[in-house]
Write a protein that binds this ligand. Structure first.
Ligand code: MG
Length: 284
């Protein structure tokens, strides 16, 4: 079976120190958690940032702090920025202000859905504008599918040339107000993927363990982290490390090897620096 890509989503928009004191909210805390999770086997970091009041923001400067620190500290990880932060205007200028920085990937919702509080509003104009800025900056979109229509929207946008194949999807399952995290729903999504697409799944809260176990057995990839759940089990608050270690343990039990960062780049068709060098040599 193909190797398993683990994404760590350490921060998200929702967790607070009150909900879980282990939530990494400052640059130092985010960097520290990403390093620990990479050491355990995570190869993608899905990055959100917080402002001085610890509210979610798309502030370019704060994203730059995190991305630059990862580079300075030579953390070998695929850097994925979130365009899903609330707290500002719902425009490409606000939501996409970090897309010209030194990341590899960016999240892109291809439709609208409900959050427990507020609306995940993504018009086709906004989706196209964000996608075009991602490709202009050589970022691969991770298509965030909160509901089934978003998968079919992405397929249409690919036919239209707005999105490029092979696409990479993240099935976000179990958000109250969106698609429930059930085995039948995951099978439906996986069955309707376009040829050559890759996929990962994140289960929110109680949906997580069953749905990631199923994805690992099916050959998909998985995301975990405090963005998706703050409790490890009914009584125990999670840390990002505990959540990544649990994914590794399930993968070991299922018999699935964990992808290195270079292997993850191959699987996701990301242009790595080593491949770039090969191409230059070949051209010469
Ligand atoms: Mg996110």
């Amino acid at each position: 079976m193909n190797k398993l890509i683990i994404t760590i989503a350490p921060t998200g928009n929702v967790p607070t120190k009150k909900l879980n004191p282990h939530s990494p909210l400052t640059t130092d805390e985010i960097i520290s958690d990403i390093k620990k999770c990479v050491a355990l086997g995570a190869s993608i970091a899905h990055i959100h940032v917080r402002d001085e009041n610890m509210n979610p923001t798309s502030d370019r400067k704060l994203f730059k702090d995190v991305l630059d620190r990862l580079d300075e500290d030579k953390v070998n990880v695929i850097k994925q920025v979130s365009t899903g932060a609330r707290g500002g205007e719902n425009t490409v200028e606000w939501r996409g202000q970090m897309l010209d920085l030194n990341a590899h990937m960016a999240s892109l919702s291809t439709g609208s859905s409900n959050f427990p509080k507020g609306i995940n509003a993504n018009s086709f104009d906004l989706i196209e504008a964000l996608a075009s800025k991602m490709y202009a900056n050589n970022l691969k979109p991770e298509i965030e599918v909160f509901d089934t229509a978003m998968l079919f929207n992405a397929i249409k946008l690919c036919k239209k040339g707005v999105l490029k194949a092979p696409m990479h999807f993240n099935f976000v399952m179990g958000v109250p107000g969106s698609m429930p995290g059930t085995p039948k729903n995951l099978m439906f999504l996986a069955d309707n993927l376009p040829e050559g697409a890759t996929w990962t799944v994140c289960g929110i809260g109680k949906a997580q363990v069953p749905i990631i176990t199923m994805a690992i057995a099916m050959g998909g990839h998985v995301r975990t982290g405090l963005e998706d759940l703050v409790y490890y089990d009914q009584d125990v608050l999670a840390t990002n490390e505990m959540l990544v270690q649990r994914v590794v343990n399930i993968a070991n039990a299922v018999g699935r090897d964990i992808a290195t960062v270079e292997e993850a780049k191959e699987i996701l068709s990301l242009v790595s620096s080593s491949r770039l060098k090969d191409e230059i040599v070949f051209d010469a």
